[in-house]
Design a protein around this ligand. Sequence first.
Ligand code: HEM
Length: 501
Amino acid sequence: MINVSINTQTVLAGVSIGLVVYYVIKRMRYRLPPGPRCIPVIGNYSVYTSLEIHKKAVELSKNYGPVLSLSFGPQTWIILNNIDVVLEAMVKRKADFAGRPKFASGDLFTEGGKDIAFSTYSPTWKLHRKIAGKALRHYLQGNLLENMIQDNMNKFLDKMAEEKEPFCAKDYIDLMVFHQLYTICFGEKRAVEDPEVKGLLKLDEDLLNDLGSGVLEDAFPYFKDIFPTAKWKKLVSKIEELYAILRAKFKEHMDTFEPGINRDFTDSLLIARQEAENEGDEAALEKLDDTHLVQTISDIFFAGVDTTRMTMDWFVYFMTKHPEIQSKCQEEIDRVVGSGIPSMKNRNDFDLTEACLFETLRMGNVAGLGVPHMTICDSQVGGYDIPKGTTVMINHWALHHDPKYWKDHESFDPYRYLDENGKMKPTRPDSWLPFSAGRRVCLGENVAKPELLLMCANILQRFEIRLPDGVKANPEYKMMGFGLELPSEYKVIVKERAKNR
Ligand code: HEM
């Protein structure tokens, strides 16, 4: 017994001394970014478990500067809190910061990093990003995108019009966006009540709630092998359920695939694989196995669905909160399209509506702290050294609320994007970066922007949306973890505008 205790003490002392020596050597070799003191091994627990980590990081950066170091368990995280350091890292030294860290829940969700968003900077990531980018560009041709949006939206707008009592607009908007991404990925247009799409939305929300509040296994990965938490076990079963659906959709596509016919995003991936086969490109074929392709579909679906639906939830929230701005957008939409349908060709004339969307993207923090980056070599930012293998995050909230760039940053003010003639200014504001920048810039940005704008224009063209009489706009945000913010639940009333035009 005594021997065991001595051995344990010796081992613990040895490990502690080792960690201290490692830490001292590392600090001497590098000029590392500063951050608050923390409990060894546990790290800055009160910061990383806070749902308001993005705001805490801004407070801390007032003392420590924009390049902030935090300890997440035994790992070091660097959080970038202003646009200068973000652009220096992601654009000036783009390849250095283009890696992705491995973490337990990410690995579980992506079958070991076989997707695009969580896989590190590598030839495999490059190939999949190229193929997925080409497949998405397909939707920007002709009127493919606007037809799809029209078909999917009308079903839901008709349902919303039937609501005679105050209702939660989010319930319709989330499903509307889900159906849209479903059509992009799998070609099919499903009925409003379709159980498969509803089931996918439920799975997505469950996963988001669980992952947003964090899992212990991400800070201490060995827990999952020795003593997995109940939350981890639940995650494993939900993820299996999800991939069973996606794999079945993929198989259906393989079974019915006809060379030369491109029905949807999944077919575009199968076409890319067939091209590699025809060219005898063995290196590419190895990377285009079924697992990788299903993972790419999952990325487009979930990276696209959550950010888009949350942006639309915020847009409706801001329009309800600012009825005078809503009416001005409606005047603009009526002037541009009359009794027609908002389309891609009107895009450049929806200035105020687009400005409202840009302001929504600034204030609704749907990307939170973004997808974590990792340095793939020793690098620098803001005058500090960032060793290879360090996790680096962009605090989008800090950029979008930096008082140096945004006057009255807490106010929803679309006019900041417009010139004196009411046209969108030709350049984006300096500290506006909802889609990130550099090698890992959002792959869906060019689809997301017109898709969102057309959805906003369609909703406002059809309805006047307002709060029930006597109800004030709820100012509270619902924090989802890792800086992600959603409007808290509220009910609206919609009134058809068709007769007004
Ligand atoms: C409001 C809409 C959206 C916002 C605000 C948004 C924002 C972002 C952000 C911040 C990132 C992380 C970039 C980084 O690592 O620095 C990202 C990555 C990504 N987004 Fe989006 N996104 C949106 C819509 C979409 C859509 C519609 C799609 C697909 C159809 C999409 C696909 C992706 C993919 C695949 C990545 C991973 C890129 C990579 O790691 O190489 N996103 N997005």
